[in-house]
Ligand binder design. Sequence first.
Ligand SMILES: [Cu+2]
Length: 188
Amino acid sequence: MQNKKTLGWIVGGVAVAVVVVYLAVTGNVKFSNPGTGGYEGKQTDKGLVAAPGSSPVATSGQVVTPEGKPVKLDVSPMSPEAPQQSAPIKETQIPKSALKITVSSQGFNPNTFTVKAGAPVALSITSGDDQTHVFKFEDPSLSAVAVGVGPRETRLIPFNAPGKGEYIFYCDVPGHKGRGEVGKMVVQ
Ligand SMILES: [Cu+2]
């Protein structure tokens, strides 16, 4: 009995040490709001930044501007009130909790993903071929959630999932939607 207890302390201690070392090495912490799942990023004084240059997620769970105000999703992409996409990043820089989508002339992969209403989402878009692609939603209420990537480039954009429903996304480069670069976000 005593041995089991001792073993438990040792296992627990090792687990804590592993987590501490992981955090020290990566600088990443996992952000969890009740019911919103996880959101990972680098802790800054503005909030969690999922990838360099992208908007932070405040402790409220909201994606915010550098001034700390919740971003707007129905404005022009890249405008000051819009969520900011990251600089080009390596695929190894994509947080594990991010939704990772690759787009090529073959379409989006995956072409459907599910998120929870109101939850902070880190969406990474990778060009899987030698072409430029532009991720965009059809619904004007999500006009600010748009990402352009050059050939083989990856960028990430954070946003809070809208209300429940289905939202079609597509590639806005002429001719790309027509050849099948279309997908669907399901918000539950
Ligand atoms: Cu495209």
